[in-house]
Design a protein around this ligand. Structure first.
Ligand code: SF4
Ligand code: SF4
Length: 383
């Protein structure tokens, strides 16, 4: 059966305009009644990666979230907004993120709840492939339905972060780092992300692509006007369409590749029904997305004996920019294999320990971490 992906247009974070676009998108996929029941307790899983102002385009915009939460609340559901941002998962950290991202103000004196339950729950899900036993935020167990509310952004490790990757935030706090550590390979990690999404089982997915992020996403890139509000019954199919809108080949997105490999999305994409606008109507040109080529992608392209030997010369690596660094140590705390030490107030990485997860870049508040891709890798990949 085809999965509907609805595309509508909105170019500014005005409550009325965002709400109108969301309502159009919801109508295009047949309304809420097929997915939600009156009286449901619904979790809106935001992308609240870190303390960032809404205009920095790192997090789901509070106006987008407010308009959606109001629509669902008025439908008769009770709504809780939740995420486990990068770093520790505790009440103080959540409060800081809600405040910085504009959620504290947006939901003050409303019936919409901001989640402060930071307890964990272990679940077993036989539908998952790579990780069947998953530790999730307990708040997810206390709701009837989950909805993914993601931000359209690039990602240094996954190329693109959308509705599927957004569900990784249902894993509490520093447990996320353990997954990085256990699955350093990009495609294994993507497979795990598909498992986490299967487990969270969002009944609907929304993407804030009004202003997205290009370049060094998910936090150090540049905001770019896209004008897209995307609604779908499937996070997997939504990501195919969203990446296509910004000119990224969906086959190059590891989570999409894994969704196809598992038969969730059909290889020829004939199971997608786009309703509303056409993907090329947004006119996004020259969108900058990161290269995620790695030694893994060279398999079969260079003699096997050379793969290991070339590895250290070819693998993209994090580089710390002294002029931007303020010595806060966030990168050290975020590093799953503890490959970073602070030399005085400046980070230093042991590259033989580094698993290239780029969490340091993701969580640096000053855009002081760059991913340098060796010229030799770029040259070989082009061969
Ligand atoms: S997180 Fe960024 S600013 Fe903070 S120490 Fe690391 S590189 Fe420097
Ligand atoms: S140094 Fe950065 S890229 Fe390397 S393992 Fe640590 S967080 Fe990941």
């Amino acid at each position: 059966m085809k999965k509907k992906v609805a595309l509508t247009e909105c170019h500014e974070y005005s409550y009325e305009k965002v709400r109108k676009s969301l309502e159009e998108g919801i109508a295009l996929i047949g309304g809420l009644s097929g997915y939600l029941s009156e009286g449901d307790r619904v979790m809106l899983k935001a992308n609240l990666l870190m303390k960032k102002r809404p205009e920095e385009a790192t997090t789901t915009h509070p106006v987008f979230m407010k308009a959606l939460a109001d629509i669902i609340s008025e439908y008769g559901c009770s709504v809780v907004i939740a995420d486990s941002p990068g770093g520790p998962f505790n009440e103080a950290a959540l409060k800081g993120v809600y405040k910085a991202c504009g959620y504290e103000d947006a939901f003050k004196n409303t019936d919409i709840e901001l989640n402060y339950d930071t307890s964990e729950a272990e679940v077993f899900n036989s539908e998952c492939k790579l990780v069947k036993k998953i530790t999730v935020m307990n708040a997810m167990k206390n709701v009837d339905k989950v909805i993914s509310v993601s931000k359209l952004k690039t990602h240094g490790m996954m190329k693109f972060t959308g509705a599927v990757k957004n569900m990784f935030g249902t894993i509490p706090g520093l447990i996320k780092a353990e997954y990085h550590f256990k699955m350093p390979n990009t495609y294994d990690f993507a497979d795990m992300l598909v498992d986490v999404c299967i487990n969270a089982n969002p009944v609907l997915s929304f993407m804030d692509g009004i202003v997205g992020m290009e370049g060094s996403g998910p936090s150090a890139g540049n905001p770019v006007d896209i004008g897209a509000v995307i609604v779908s019954e499937s996070p997997y199919h939504l990501d195919v369409v969203a990446s296509n809108i910004v000119g990224i080949d969906p086959f190059d997105v590891p989570t999409v590749a894994k969704s196809i490999e598992r038969g969730i999305v059909m290889r020829d994409m004939s199971d997608i029904e786009i309703v509303g606008l056409a993907p090329d109507s947004y006119g996004v040109e020259n969108f900058i997305s990161p290269d995620i080529e790695s030694v893994e992608m060279l398999k079969g392209r260079v003699p096997r004996i050379l793969e290991g030997a070339l590895s250290s010369m070819l693998t993209p690596r994090p580089v710390f920019i002294r002029e931007k660094c303020v010595g806060c140590g966030e990168c050290k705390r975020a590093c799953p294999p503890q490959a970073i030490t602070m030399k005085g107030r400046f980070p230093k990485v042991e590259l033989d320990k580094c698993i290239r997860c780029y969490c340091c870049q993701e969580l640096c508040p000053k855009k002081a971490v760059e991913i340098h891709r060796p010229w030799l890798l770029r040259k070989i990949v082009k061969l």
